[in-house]
Design a protein around this ligand. Sequence first.
Ligand code: C2E
Ligand code: CA
Ligand code: CA
Length: 535
Amino acid sequence: MPHRVKEKIEASQRRARRDAIIITFAAIMLFVVAVVTEAFEYIVHFSDTHESWEIDEMLVVMMILPLAMLIFMVRRAQEVRQEINARKEAEKATERIALHDPLTGLANRRKGMSHLKKLLQNASKRPVTIVGVDLNRFKGVNDLHGHNAGDMLLVAVSERLVDAVGDLGMVCRMGGDEFVVIFKGAASEPPLNDIINQMPSIFRAPFELEHVICSVGASIGVSQTDDEHLGVEAFLSRADIAMYRDKDKGGVSISFYEPGMEEAAKRRALIEGELRSAIADGRVEPYFQPIIDLETGNVIGFEALARCRASDGTLLMPDEFIPIAEQSGLISRLFLQVLKKGCLVLRHKPPHMTMAINLSSLQLSDHWLAEQILAILTETGVAPGRLEVEITETALVANFEAAHAMVTKLKSQGIRISLDDFGTGYSSLRHLSELPFDKLKIDKSFVARLGNDEASDTIVRTVTTLAHNLGLKVTAEGIEDSAHVSFLQGIGCEYGQGFLYGRPAEVTGPRETEDAPNEDYEEADALPVSSRGIA
Ligand code: C2E
Ligand code: CA
Ligand code: CA
């Protein structure tokens, strides 16, 4: 209840008490004066001598009157008490609304923050732990099944959280699909350690809503402190930092805040900013790495690998910025920029040469992707058969339906498809045989161990045979050694790519103009890439 209202009620109760004391005191005084001055005898005498005035009737009336007044006052006091109670109830309801989330009934951000503030004041005596939870793919549920389903999902999530936490912590909905659980005590000690470690399982089981069953992942970030001077916002942001560390991996993840994570988060924010401005200014570049026909030794094409020039001139590498581009929704624009610039180079290369480009798993469900690719091919005058889209094995397994639809669509336009990083995911024969891939790229981790590790030799040999039986050509990635080449030639692997032949390099020569393609094929077998290797 707000403090001022409480004070008002207390003041009015004090006033009523004071009035009752004054009235009682005055009545007692009056009685004493009457007794001392023998007023009653005087009144009786006066009544006897003035029989005609009906004073005895008046006395009876005067005796009844205080009784009636008393009854009236008691009734009035009861009414006032009822009014105060009703007002207290109303204040409580207002308070409930102001401090709770109307959808889930959980404590809201305001209540959570004030509870946390109180606990932090005592943190040196009893540590405080918070667990931040942010749902993944919640927007997808809203978009796909409607807001009603989204609301039901939030209620179901809050119920599972409350069940798991019980009386040991306060579950708050901070807004949207974000929750925070506040605990007194250390995250590493029982019973909190058990509760926290089991939190990911809450999100692994699918949620049964009215007409749909859906799975959402969650990113969980845990932070603990015994620092009384740590502000509520700073404490919450530590849980956020831990939570966002694995966010781009999707699914369900849990991570614990560690000092130094702020640095990684700052770097991430910096890269995101750099990426945003690089995309806007056209500073994302394709670096070309040659792909070789292992039988003839000729270059048959290139893989376009993204590089981003930061504002201070340093070169950012894709292993760092691709996950950030995916998480910040920039991946599609980045891809289109690499594709367009790559095509502007490719059209000056001999027509038998191809360009491979990497597709992020997030792009598999982009309904406009095929149209956008075709528009760029048309605009730059590159035939669809010269483009090869690489989809990783992990992306294929994680989104088989979406991959199936995308591959079918791209293939129907004449674009070729490679299965990238083969051996790092868990695809099955069904995945391989159901999709019309053109090529399979054996991951560089297997190629690197060729000759040193019998298992790798066997895997590379078996995978090549399997691919051939399915009608696919094979590229071996990460060839650094000529001994690798002999082995690969021996097993009939068609293509190779690796530092032995050339590192991904900045593209030199004509490319900016978007005029008709240059049909000069003289340099066909020369490596048309700069010798300045970067990778
Ligand atoms: P990837 O598709 O497997 O690309 C091959 C990576 O292996 C490249 O790293 C390349 O520099 C490296 N590599 C090539 N030959 C050798 C070798 O002989 N030895 C070793 N140790 N490494 C070699 P890079 O350019 O840093 O790219 C890393 C990954 O980033 C790529 O792996 C790809 O998954 C992703 N990536 C790059 N560009 C794009 C892009 O435009 N879009 C998307 N979605 N992902 C991209
Ligand atoms: Ca690739
Ligand atoms: Ca690869």
